[in-house]
Design a protein around this ligand. Structure first.
Ligand SMILES: NC(=O)c1ccc[n+]([C@@H]2O[C@H](COP(=O)([O-])OP(=O)(O)OC[C@H]3O[C@@H](n4cnc5c(N)ncnc54)[C@H](OP(=O)(O)O)[C@@H]3O)[C@@H](O)[C@H]2O)c1
Length: 299
């Protein structure tokens, strides 16, 4: 079985490449080799590669930049997935697409989670583009899986968890962390294993896929500094008082209701995976960050 993986250099894509390669032949062209916005490139590559499955981990993911670049965002986050979904239908491929908690407003009363069939009501350009991407996939590819996830961390690109580790182990005496944004930190490696689990089945549809349990950003940061024994002070701040270009959902908690119903949910409690991640990469992230600041000081 052959997989065409888009976005293989990204946070999710890089772990997907590693995990899925253990069972499938994974071909992952760069964005230069296959720009998903180009219909011709999509078709040429599908003709050449002849995959059984297309996995789209490509996207325009800078949420604030999306507010100013709505035209470009639509190209990458909507036209791109539409091209892939139409290509998947034409070449009879299964289609897997990654979506997000940002399709919701985040205004649901805490700690109630969002379910797959809750009404979508995005509050940012990024969120709107991901809603449209879901529509493009559903309308064009009969054999699709949409995985909505959020609060991702992994070893291959910057993310919230790595920033906390770097910030807390750096020179600053205290770091600011949001106390009123809630979600479920989810390891991209586990998400890749969850995708593998779904590929073993013939299931289709839209699924929520995040770790079990939830916390605020502040609770997550407190857990990290406790586990890594870092001495720093965390300063609670409100997401509402911070002026981002894009609005952020406050409640980002997703319930994996349909994965559970299908008996396919492999997501552990968020702390269990974070423990594994910190044990495996925590010290290296601190070392790397210290080496970087020493280099900057020298110059
Ligand atoms: N990160 C999160 O917390 C999160 C949460 C929920 C959902 N998602 C969704 O998951 C997907 C992947 O997110 P991520 O954070 O892993 O992304 P990322 O780290 O920002 O990487 C984005 C990837 O997309 C590729 N790409 C961008 N434009 C492309 C184009 N026109 N053609 C082909 N490839 C293109 C990039 O390639 P280059 O490196 O060559 O530019 C890169 O490999 C996105 O759809 C995002 O909306 C992410």
């Amino acid at each position: 079985m052959k997989i065409l993986l888009l976005g293989g250099s990204g946070l999710i894509g890089s772990d997907c490449k590693e995990v899925l390669s253990q069972e499938y032949e994974v071909i992952s062209p760069s964005s230069k080799e296959l720009d998903i916005v180009s219909w011709d490139m999509v078709i040429e590559n599908l003709q050449k590669i002849k995959p059984n499955i297309i996995i789209n981990c490509a996207g325009f993911t800078d949420v604030d930049a999306c507010e100013k670049e709505e035209y470009l965002v639509k190209k990458v986050n909507v036209e791109g997935p539409r091209n892939l979904a139409q290509g998947a239908a034409r070449f009879n491929c299964r289609m897997v697409h990654i979506s997000t908690d940002y399709v919701f407003s985040g205004q649901k009363t805490l700690p109630r989670p969002y379910f797959e069939d809750d009404p979508i009501d995005p509050i940012s350009a990024y969120g709107r583009s991901k809603v449209e991407s879901e529509v493009a996939i559903k309308e064009n590819s009969p054999n699709y899986i949409i995985m909505r996830t959020g609060w991702l961390y992994g070893k291959n690109r910057d993310n919230f968890i790595n920033s906390i580790i770097k910030g807390a182990s750096g020179k600053a005496k205290s770091i600011k962390v949001f106390e009123d944004q809630f979600g479920s930190p989810t390891w991209t490696y586990r998400l890749a294993l969850q995708i593998l689990e779904l590929l073993h089945s013939d299931i289709r549809g839209t699924f929520h896929a995040t770790s079990e349990g939830s916390c605020s950003r502040l609770e997550c940061a407190e857990y990290i500094i406790k586990q890594l024994k870092i001495k720093t002070t965390l300063k609670p701040v409100s997401v509402k008082s911070h002026h981002f270009a894009a609005k952020r959902p406050v409640n980002c908690i997703l319930e994996n209701r349909l994965l559970k119903k299908a008996g396919l949910n492999i997501m552990p409690e968020w702390k269990d995976d974070l423990d594994l991640y910190l044990n495996q990469y925590g010290k290296d992230i601190i070392k790397e960050s210290k080496a970087k600041s020493a280099k900057i000081k020298k110059h």
